[in-house]
Structure formats: C-alpha cells, structure tokens
Design a protein around this ligand. Structure first.
Ligand code: IMP
Length: 196
C-alpha cells in the first residue's frame, strides 16, 4: 500500500492546457499547475525556438522550485508566410495583443493567398530525475477564410485540421485533443512516463 502517485508540475496556468494534460496523464502522475506551487513568476520566453522556450520554462521551475516539471511551447507555422507566426504566435499582433488581434492580422496577411496550408507544432520539455527529454507533436491543416466556432482558444476559430470540415473551435475538447499538436506531444510524454 501507500503507492502514491508521483506529482509533476506543468509550467502553465492556462486552464485549457491543464485540463487537457490532466485528462491525458490521468492515473500516471498528478499534474500540478504553477499556482499550485505558488509560482507567480512571469517566466521569460526569450528563445527563438519552441524547444528553447519549453526548456527555459521547465528549468525555471526545476531550478527555483525543485519540482520535476514539464513545459510546452507551441507555434502556428503558415506555409505562405514562410513559417510565421511560428515561435512568435502569442504576440503576433504586438506585445499585449488579444487572440482576436492575432487572428485579424493573420487573415489580413492571407487575404489574397490561395495557399492556406499551416501546421501547429508543440514541443514539450520534461525534466525528471535530473534528466531532460523533448517530445514533439504536430497537426497539419489550413487557415479558414473567417472565424468559425467559439470553443478552444488562440487561433482555434481559424484552424481547420486536415481530414476535417470543422475548425478546432467547432470541436469538443476531447475531439480536438485526440488529434491536436499538444495532444500528440502529451501522448508521447504519457507513453514515456508509462514506460519508465
Ligand atoms: P503557447 O506556447 O502554448 O503559449 O502557444 C503560443 C500561442 O500559440 C498561443 O498564445 C496561441 O495563440 C497559440 N496556440 C497554442 N496552442 C493553441 C491551440 O491549441 N489552439 C489555438 N492556438 C494555439
């Protein structure tokens, strides 16, 4: 008895991401948020790659708070924009912009563009037992001509994954998680934690 489930910090306070990670990792680890460990730091995301930012966040928690930890960083790569907004997806329209500002800028840049191919990429960095691991997930799709749907967050209303007629914002969270970039990276993380 007393086989307690290990705790691991997910370096985020985004409720969507926490819910997603807790569902995927249920039964394997107990996922704590930054608020759960009383971390209210504004963790810098100053790298110019997804891997770099995910590692900065994971090391921040490990080094300052001592917890095993994972962190994610995501970018939306649009082919016709040479991979932009990419690692700068969160602040595409400026430092304090809203998701709607980002979407408006994206749609305006693609206004006369017939190639609307894009992909979301997530990198998850894990630090556990003093070692570092990276997991990547990707979903291909296209950028819609206008907003469709109200669920999800970020660019969800304009991202239509391949083999679907619905945008991410028109899907249930579980349908989105089953095929999403982050869902795929988190599943790799879950399989890794399972196999240890
Ligand atoms: P982050 O690294 O996960 O914070 O992602 C950076 C930015 O990418 C976010 O601010 C969102 O604009 C966008 N993003 C990340 N994941 C998703 C998603 O699942 N759907 C839509 N947009 C996302």
């Amino acid at each position: 008895m007393g086989n307690s489930i290990p705790e691991i910090v997910f370096a985020t306070n985004n409720p969507h991401k926490l819910e997603e990670a807790r569902a995927i990792l249920a039964g394997k680890v107990k996922v704590l948020s930054l608020a759960d460990i009383n971390c209210h730091d504004d963790i810098p995301e100053t790298a110019d790659t997804l891997e770099g930012n995910a590692l900065i966040k994971a090391h921040w928690v490990k080094d300052k708070y001592g917890f095993d930890c994972f962190a994610d960083d995501t970018g939306l790569m649009v082919d016709a924009l040479n991979g932009a907004p990419g690692v700068y997806s969160a602040r595409y329209a400026g430092e304090h912009c809203s998701p709607d500002d980002n979407i408006a800028l994206l749609l305006s840049k693609l206004e006369d563009e017939s190639n609307r191919d894009a992909r979301f990429v997530t990198v998850v960095a894990l630090i556990i037992d003093g070692k570092e691991y990276l997991f990547e997930g990707e979903v291909k799709g296209t950028i819609a001509l206008e907003h469709c749907g109200k669920s999800g967050f970020g660019y969800d209303p304009v991202f239509v994954p391949e083999n679907s007629t619905l945008s991410f914002a028109e899907m249930t969270p579980s349908d989105k998680n089953a095929i999403s970039h982050r869902g795929r990276a988190m599943t790799k993380l879950a399989n890794f934690l399972n196999s240890r």
